[in-house]
Design a protein around this ligand. Structure first.
Ligand code: S3P
Length: 427
């Protein structure tokens, strides 16, 4: 449980790269593991969350080797996963539990998944229900929480699931299970969530069709060809440096090689509406994902109202937006974001309480926050609650405060962004 001291950032000019995308890495490791040969994942995310996925598949019998920033995955086929000798530990990673469960549903083995204290409090009914309807046998604490015991079957039934949530984790879980089902599985969501799974499935020539918010996957998929992929930078990781630059005076930052997938661009698009000077150059498509360089200049920002339909494309950036909103002209309102309450911590409560310690004028709402702008933040001792995104958001707040800010539980940044503090301090 380390703590870190952070200080105001003066005018800076920086050119940086951020860590590889965590969401895309999880999916690449999973699909490579069930492919029928040797796949190569270049520039993979070495976040703790992605290691949870890598170690899970190692425990399921997949040989995975790391050589510098390249992973070689010796896929064992769609039905090759081995009964593990111990529980699978997903650590802090919701993506590991929810996506892996979709694959386990189609494999005839019995697996127990556990996780850390935070993950053990997060809802799993959202995947237990659809997977059970497809024929997997799943038990969970209070039918909702880890440990999850999953007994898969080769006779998985197709499903049509009209989801009330826009969750890429639930969507990906069902699409993965859909590969094993005997027929067409349909998934529909209210607002489009991140679509990395669909893009990767298309890249791998899997039988998926995407009609905006409605996706069809045709089972059974008997074979996934091994593949090579290179993971681009993570826009969620980039967002902290975008914010730091916007809020500091006379600064510029260029962030190279970032995945700019439209379903992840809610934060940048919102900032543009608020008056931010952000440009994207060097646009290209790599492995079916758009990639580019993000150029940011310090900007004076206006407040905004975030509506429910804006939320999925910026779900992980909302605590950071609350920090930015303290410095805008006007009052910012975030609505429709009650999913934040079931992330690694209750992110509405956590960011509200900690920003209040810095003198921010911020009010908690059941589904969001109201934040007054143009507030001078004062130094404080704040806590991340062990949540990586809260720690990094507070670091951005600390970067505009004249004196020392102390952030407790600062080492949790490794969950998504190993090297965050080094990069932060280097600027
Ligand atoms: C993720 C999806 C999002 C996001 C999480 C990663 C993914 O969760 O918050 O950090 O990789 O699919 P939900 O889909 O549950 O909103």
């Amino acid at each position: 449980m380390k703590e870190i001291k952070v200080y105001k950032k003066n005018k800076f000019n920086a050119e940086i790269e951020v860590v590889p995308d965590k969401s895309i890495t999880h999916r690449a490791v999973m699909l490579a593991s069930i492919s029928c040969g040797c796949s190569e994942i270049q520039n993979f995310s070495e976040s703790k969350d992605c290691w949870s996925t890598i170690n899970a598949f190692k425990n399921l019998g997949v040989k995975i080797e790391k050589n510098k920033n390249v992973l070689t995955v010796y896929g064992i086929g769609m039905y090759g996963l081995q009964q593990p000798t111990k529980e699978i530990d997903a650590g802090n990673s919701g993506t590991t539990v929810r996506l892996l469960s979709g694959i386990l549903a189609g494999n005839e083995i019995e697996v127990t998944i556990v996780g850390d204290e935070s993950l053990s409090k997060r809802p799993m009914k959202r995947i237990i229900e659809p997977l059970s309807l497809m024929g997997a046998k799943i038990t969970a604490k209070q039918e909702n929480f880890l440990p999850l015991k999953i007994l898969g079957t080769k006779q998985l039934k197709p499903l049509t699931w009209i989801s009330e949530l826009s969750s890429a984790q639930v969507k990906s879980c069902i699409l993965f299970a859909g590969m094993y089902a005997n027929g067409e599985t349909v998934y529909q969501e209210p607002v489009k969530s991140r679509d990395h799974t669909e893009r990767m499935m298309k890249l791998l020539n899997l039988p998926i069709e995407v009609y905006d918010r409605r996706i069809v996957i045709k089972g059974k998929v008997n074979k996934i060809e091994p593949f090579k992929i290179k993971i681009p930078g993570d826009i969620s990781a980039a967002s902290y440096f975008i914010a730091m630059c916007l809020l500091s005076k006379d600064s510029n930052v260029i962030i190279r090689d970032v995945c700019i997938n439209p379903t992840r661009m809610g934060f940048v698009n919102t900032l543009l509406k608020m008056g931010a000077q952000i440009n994207i150059t060097n646009y290209r498509i790599e492995y079916n994902e758009p990639v580019g360089d993000i150029i940011v200049k310090s900007s004076k920002l206006r407040s905004i109202k975030i509506e429910p339909e804006d939320v999925p494309s910026m779900i992980d950036e909302l605590p950071l937006l609350a920090v930015i909103a303290t410095q805008c002209d006007g009052v910012t309102e975030i609505t429709g974001a009650k999913e934040l309450r079931v992330k690694e911590t209750d992110r509405i409560k956590a960011i509200t309480l900690e920003l209040q310690k810095m003198d921010a004028k911020i009010i908690e709402r059941p589904d969001g926050m109201i934040i007054m702008g143009n507030t001078k933040l004062k130094p404080a001792i704040v806590d991340s609650y062990g949540d990586h995104r809260i720690a990094m958001s507070l670091a951005v707040a600390g970067s505009i405060i004249d004196a020392e800010t102390i952030i407790k539980n600062s080492d949790c940044v490794d969950i998504s962004f190993p090297g965050f503090w080094e990069l932060y301090n280097s600027i």
